[in-house]
Design a protein around this ligand. Structure first.
Ligand SMILES: [Zn+2]
Length: 289
């Protein structure tokens, strides 16, 4: 019995010693957690500019077409004013991993995958050491790839898959999804008499088709969906999330305020159209007001 009591006493002493030793460790952990909890999460103001065609053809210069000299002037302005053109990957690194963005970040987006991205945009990005995001229409890329194979001397308005690969290999352009074949008048929106289930399945099949083509030609899956015509229906977000998209681009104009840790803030990102005759300086001055 005496042995039993002394053993119990011994265990008690050990337990007390262990508890004393454990206190500072627990406190350190608690402090770490508290610091992480109270550390102010960073946010970033990021303007996103929407471009389409870059062309010398006056017929197409207007709301969705600018001259190469206008694009050059934009990039020169950004360069002279210490803007840093970033891509969606940088925004994801910021939101998901807290990786600090460069000063004065801006995203330059080009829709539809026009050959002007190769002829005018890429050389200018090289000249000004900038990056851009180009959103591809899968059906147009397939069609032009097929037609160019049949008639190699003809010129086509949209990029072929080999040209898209060239843009990708430049390291200057991040290629993203504009859907496979949802670029008609209703965009990727739900049709009037379509059930929610049918819409879900139709959109999912379409976007998956282009994701598979990206895998085949470029070896990765796009993480950003650019809504054609900016038409957004209820239910599209669920499709994007199911397919693993991390961001989407809208046509709503305004400044984006992106919060570290808030993955939702990368969806429906606002973009401001850059028509011919309205310089990027004017657009940015208004956005920063
Ligand atoms: Zn488009």
């Amino acid at each position: 019995m005496r042995n039993f009591f002394s053993l119990r006493k011994y265990i008690c002493v050990l337990a007390i010693l262990a508890a004393i030793l454990a206190i500072p460790l627990t406190q350190v952990h608690a402090l770490d957690d508290t610091e992480a909890f109270f550390r102010k999460k960073k946010d970033a103001h990021v303007p996103i500019i929407m471009y389409h065609l870059v062309t010398e053809n006056s017929r197409y210069v207007g709301k969705f077409g600018i001259r190469p000299s206008e694009l050059k002037a934009d990039l020169k302005y950004l360069s002279d004013n210490n803007y840093n053109a970033i891509v969606i990957k940088d925004l994801l690194d910021f939101v998901e991993n807290g990786k600090i963005l460069p000063e004065n970040p801006i995203v330059l987006t080009f829709d539809d995958g026009n050959t002007s991205d190769l002829n005018f945009l890429l050389p200018l990005l090289d000249e000004y050491n900038m990056k851009a995001v180009v959103s591809i229409i899968g059906q147009a890329a397939d069609k032009n790839t097929k037609e160019q194979a049949e008639n190699p001397t003809a010129t086509y308005p949209n990029l072929t898959w080999s040209q898209i690969t060239e843009l990708h290999n430049s390291g200057k352009i991040e290629l993203q999804s504009h859907g496979y074949n949802v670029h008609g008048p209703t965009g990727s929106g739900k049709l009037k008499k379509e059930s929610q289930d049918t819409y879900h399945q139709r959109l999912k099949t379409d976007l998956k088709k282009l994701q598979d083509l990206f895998e085949k030609h470029l070896g990765y899956t796009p993480n950003t969906f650019c809504y054609p015509l900016g038409i957004i229906s209820k239910g599209s977000q669920a499709v994007l999330e199911e397919l693993g998209f991390k961001a989407s681009l809208s046509c709503e104009e305004g400044m984006n305020i992106i919060q570290e840790g808030d993955t939702k803030s990368l969806f429906k990102l606002k973009r401001t159209n850059r028509p011919s005759g309205r310089s990027i300086e004017t657009i940015l001055n208004k956005l920063h007001k």
